[in-house]
Design a protein around this ligand. Structure first.
Ligand code: PHE
Length: 450
């Protein structure tokens, strides 16, 4: 572990390790599970264009903003806001982040648990091979009393064990070897999907925008998806940046992360939608879409069991590099602000996630009638965290970096020597004016105020 200014916090050791870890946090179920189902439910092409627009306009600047706060303070989220604006209330934003991270960890682990079930079914050679059977198998599985619950808990316990081993060892090693393998596999599946009979319909759905399908809700969803996928708005990138060495260039790390993350989401779309149209699955199936589509693709390939096994294993690993970063947000808080040992902080975080995650896991079955604001607990956690907490966090973070903190902090973190470069000037304009206004407008619009 490399030495550190205050010698109390761990630090990532290499530049490539830093990028791999940020990318590892960003790439996960958000790209492969959530993006296709959100795009499917919100009109396909037009949603994708809005999503890419938000990644560029808000995503990259907000990753930079979180990186700046995190590395300048080398603290957990709450302390970070306090250090840069002592005696003021900005740190309250940290609490929203901690809350959102626990909510996301809870429902995310349910879906990660589904990948474990599919992995097991694939490895034991029991994966159904046609879409009707698959539909029956999956519906029975998620509506069951035990299996989804057990897998959620198993996933969270594995997450606990990885996180307990500390920032650097656990996370860096996993991320470094995983991401390239995952991307190669996705590219191979992509090529395969292009030869499916429904390929042209699928690609048309994903790439030809029909803006009549975009309303205020889908705009909010596209923004929420951009935030979710980039792990921003709740301090995920902020917390990671607090472990970055001074040598890392924040702007290029942010851009690389966003580009790779978006690339993987588009790959996932190109894999899924041709298959959706080939196998007659509704693009609007919601959270179950990908789990009903992908196995049908694999099982129609020669050596299907092997592909399915490999894919669900990698998806599980991609999920865990993301949940590690979510967990880190509240663990760093409990450890540094509440003075718990790392083990206890981790146990507490995972314990809460197990409790909440269990309710989410059962909300496709025994608890499916338990509705709050017309949504199941799973959907509610997903909606509240992505479409409310993350954008609110985004507004606060951009105003904080754009207006509140000393410009010298931005300059030194962004590596400005002497004159401020064009990129940094654009960043400041976006953080000061454009991001808060755009997020606010989309919010008010979805509330029907505008
Ligand atoms: N970005 C992750 C994904 O796409 C999810 C995530 C959200 C991770 C928030 C950390 C914080 O899967």
């Amino acid at each position: 572990m490399s030495s550190n200014r205050d010698n109390t916090r761990a630090q990532f050791s290499t530049r490539i390790g830093v990028i791999a870890t940020a990318v590892g946090s960003a790439i996960g179920l958000g790209n492969i599970w959530r993006f296709p189902y959100e795009a499917g439910s919100n009109g396909g092409g037009a949603f994708m264009l809005c999503y890419i627009f938000f990644i560029c306009l808000l995503g990259i600047p907000l990753i930079c903003a979180e990186f700046i706060i995190g590395r300048a303070t080398r603290s957990n989220e709450i302390k970070a806001f306090e250090k840069l604006a002592p005696g003021r209330k900005w740190f309250l934003n940290g609490y929203i982040g901690v809350l959102a991270s626990v909510l996301i960890l809870s429902f995310y682990s349910v879906v990660a648990g589904w990948t474990l079930e599919f992995f097991l079914v694939a490895v034991t050679g029991h994966m159904p091979s046609n879409s009707a059977e698959l539909h029956r198998f999956f519906s029975e599985f998620i509506s069951g009393n035990w299996r989804p619950l057990i897998w959620t808990i198993v996933f969270l316990v594995v997450n606990y064990l990885v996180v307990c081993r500390g920032v650097q060892k656990g996370i860096e090693r996993l991320s470094n070897c995983l991401m390239p393998a995952m991307t190669l596999l996705l590219i191979a599946f992509c090529v395969n999907s292009l030869f499916l009979p429904g390929a042209s319909d699928g690609l048309r759905f994903l790439f030809s925008p029909d803006f009549s399908k975009i309303d205020s809700e889908s705009l909010l969803s596209a923004m929420g998806q951009a935030f979710f996928s980039l792990s921003i708005g709740l301090g995920g990138m902020l917390t990671y940046a607090s472990y970055f060495p001074d040598t890392v260039r924040l702007g290029s790390c942010a851009t690389t992360t966003a580009v790779l993350d978006t690339f993987v989401a588009i790959l996932a779309g190109v894999i899924i939608f041709p298959a959706v149209f080939t196998y007659g699955i509704s693009p609007q199936s919601g959270p179950t879409l990908v789990f009903e589509t992908l196995p049908a693709i694999f099982m129609n390939l020669p050596g299907g069991t092997i592909w399915a096994t490999l894919f669900f294993f990698l998806l599980f690993l991609a999920s865990i590099t993301s949940t590690i970063s979510m967990s880190e947000i509240s663990i760093a808080y409990f450890e540094e602000e509440r003075r718990l040992s790392r083990k206890k902080a981790t146990a507490l975080t995972i314990g809460i996630a197990i409790l909440l995650g269990s309710v989410c896991a059962l909300s496709f079955g025994p608890l499916s009638d338990m509705k709050i604001f017309g949504k199941t607990v799973f959907d509610l956690f997903d909606y509240v965290s992505s479409n409310i907490c993350l954008p609110v966090g985004g507004i606060v973070t951009s105003i904080f970096v754009g207006w509140v903190i000393d410009r010298k902090v931005i300059d030194s973190q962004m590596g400005c020597r002497g004159q401020r470069g064009f990129g940094v000037r654009v960043l400041i304009v976006i953080l000061r004016y454009i991001a808060p206004a755009a997020i606010m407008l989309i919010f008010l619009n979805s509330l029907g105020v505008l």
